[in-house]
Design a protein around this ligand. Structure first.
Ligand SMILES: Cc1cc2nc3c(=O)[nH]c(=O)nc-3n(C[C@H](O)[C@H](O)[C@H](O)COP(=O)(O)O)c2cc1C
Length: 186
């Protein structure tokens, strides 16, 4: 099996990280890989905001919790009120992937870039996980104000975030593949 296929098949979501930060060189490599993703009409209107400051990440988590606390959904309200909830699993790096919502494929552009982030990270021995909570809460006024402070373009929505760091414990569960998801017609 070639290295690309090996990387695709061995990538797993990592939900426990060590405190070790990823190097600037590796971060640059991963962000560059993100920008090589395909995008509809090649518009490349996305933006990648990498946060490596623990205090900023904690503040972002508090803003997300604040938005959850206002939710009608009991499950989200519970997260909002939890002392221990951390949507990014205390990863040392979080990459926020945002885009202009003007094209209907904006989310797909971001998803392609996210997968490039996950696969390039895996190829460098770095663990990763898709973090959805900012996508759900980026329109909350307090969250939005914080995103603006971080320099995320005001006309952008967040479509996903990638937690990055070194796995504290290697994910061991075998990947269970759903059946019947492939059809080949000849
Ligand atoms: C659109 C999307 C949103 C996701 N959101 C989250 C999330 O918020 N938190 C999380 O821990 N995992 C999240 N995941 C990761 C999935 O749970 C994970 O990919 C799936 O369980 C398969 O496991 P694997 O990545 O280890 O193969 C998300 C994945 C996708 C594609």
């Amino acid at each position: 099996m070639n290295e690309v296929l090996k990387t695709i098949k061995s990538r797993r979501s990592v939900r426990a990280y060590t405190e070790q930060q990823i190097s600037q060189e590796d971060l640059n490599t991963i962000l560059e890989a993100a920008t090589y993703a395909p995008s509809g009409m090649n518009y490349q209107t996305w933006h990648f905001t990498a946060i490596q400051n623990a205090a900023v990440l904690e503040e972002l988590n508090e803003k997300i919790k604040g938005a959850f606390a206002k939710s009608d959904e009991p499950r989200l309200r519970e997260r909002g009120q939890s002392q221990t909830y951390c949507c990014y699993y205390h990863a040392p790096t979080l990459v926020i992937v945002s885009n202009e919502p003007t094209q209907w494929w904006a989310s797909m552009d971001c998803a392609c870039a996210m997968q490039n982030i996950f696969l390039s990270a895996k190829s460098l021995g770095i663990g990763s996980c898709w973090i959805n909570q900012l996508g759900q809460t980026c329109d909350d006024p307090d969250v939005r104000a914080f995103l603006t402070k971080l320099g995320i373009p005001e006309n952008h929505r967040v479509y996903g975030c990638a937690a990055l760091g070194y796995a504290a414990t290697a994910p061991t569960k075998e990947r269970q593949l759903a059946e019947g998801t492939v059809t080949i017609i000849k």
